[in-house]
Ligand binder design. Structure first.
Ligand code: FES
Ligand SMILES: [Fe+2]
Length: 378
């Protein structure tokens, strides 16, 4: 399939067979029920690959950031050999959280009694060692998790036997191939942004472009209006992708020689199930990784990364970075307000189900199908 055929449908055209004529939103309880939330942590976040951030944000050995896999605290650490390791973020002595935030270190040192660990998690030093039974301290290491990098994004899983991320996201990788996302420079990362909303509502918001004109009046609404929203024929088990074209007066200057005509004037938005979101512009990419905290609270780690050729080709790339980040901070806060309103509205607890727009909100149904599938598999 050539890339010019990938997004041939617009809302004005007849619906292809895969889109049902009538689709309903998940019931309000799906976003407010505590028991359901706890089941999702087990069925989804303990059982599948989860996106946590960008590999380029920790480029040097000893660079790390901390994250959550469901409720489990974890560390993402760049190793001496250049790989990234995901480890449990608790001390083997008495479970103290070892690292917070992000930074660079030569050893991981527990702040409580100063046990220390090498970058790969091996127990390195134990204070007042004589008091311990020597055998108990040999060959000890922090628990490791499965860790994979695809398109420049880090994925983590509690299970070590899942199919590689590249396999499950191969179709998405094909759609985004010409962008070369793994080379983008990670220039902005926000690790803690709390949304008073269920994690699924945040996913729903970003995988449809129906809202753009109405929600994003102060940011991307004028340049990427709802009438320019398209949905792709791509809907697979583990991701969705749709696009939103720029109107001609906003066509960006394009520095990536590999993009085709359509790619040069589009904004592609992918949902990477369960918790990753990626919006790809010809010159930058916005991304978000969601960390569920409670049924009505989610932390988002999000950032903006830039095409190296665009940075090299622009007169003032730093200004472009500032302007782009400012625009996306505004757009993200506009989204946040609407998502938190959806959470508040859902607290009513009605049995009525919302009515979805047949082509433009198809991906909400596809994501919900994924959630049901994962939940049913437990
Ligand atoms: S809990 Fe970490 S050294 Fe005691
Ligand atoms: Fe939005």
């Amino acid at each position: 399939m050539s890339s010019s055929q990938k997004f041939e449908y617009t809302p004005d055209q007849p619906l292809p067979d895969r889109i049902p004529a009538r689709m309903l939103a998940p019931a309000q309880q799906s976003f407010t029920d505590r028991d359901r939330f706890r089941r999702e942590l087990t069925a989804i976040f303990d059982a599948d690959w989860v996106m946590v951030g960008r590999a380029g944000s920790i480029p040097e050995a000893g660079d790390y950031f901390t994250a959550s896999l469901g409720e489990r605290p974890i560390i993402l650490m760049r190793q001496q050999d250049g790989t990234i390791r995901a480890m449990a973020n608790y001390c083997l002595h008495r479970y103290t959280q070892l690292l917070k935030g992000c930074g660079n270190t030569r050893h991981i040192v527990c702040p409580y009694h100063y046990w220390s660990y090498d970058l790969d998690g091996s127990l390195h030093g134990v204070t007042n060692r004589k008091g311990f039974c020597p055998g108990d301290l040999e060959n000890q290491a922090l628990e490791s998790l499965a860790c994979d990098v695809y398109l420049g994004y880090i994925f983590v899983a509690l299970k070590h036997d899942l199919a590689p991320v590249a396999t499950r996201l191969a179709g998405l990788g094909e759609v985004l191939r010409n962008f070369g996302l793994d080379r983008y420079q990670d220039r902005f990362v926000e690790h803690h942004d709390t949304w008073n909303a269920n994690w699924k509502l945040i996913v729903h918001n970003f995988i449809e472009s129906y809202h753009v004109t109405y929600t994003h009046k102060k940011s991307i609404g004028p340049s990427n209006p709802t009438r320019a929203a398209e949905y792709g024929p791509v809907g697979a088990d583990y991701y969705t992708v749709h696009s939103n074209s720029y109107t001609p007066e906003y066509f960006p200057a394009v520095f990536n020689p590999h993009l085709d005509t359509l790619e040069k004037k589009r904004f592609y938005v992918a949902g990477v199930f369960p918790n990753g979101l990626i919006a790809v512009d010809p010159n930058f990419v916005w991304w978000m990784a969601l960390e569920p905290v409670a049924e009505n609270c989610t932390n988002s780690r999000w950032g903006v990364s830039f095409l190296p050729e665009a940075m090299a080709g622009m007169d003032d790339p730093e200004q472009f970075i500032r302007d782009t980040v400012d625009l996306l901070v505004t757009a993200t806060s506009e989204d946040k307000e609407m998502v938190e309103r959806m959470q508040t509205g859902s607290q009513f607890g009605s049995a009525n189900q919302g009515i979805l727009h047949a082509p433009l909100e198809i991906h909400i149904k596809e994501f919900d199908d994924y959630v049901q599938r994962q939940s049913g598999a437990q």
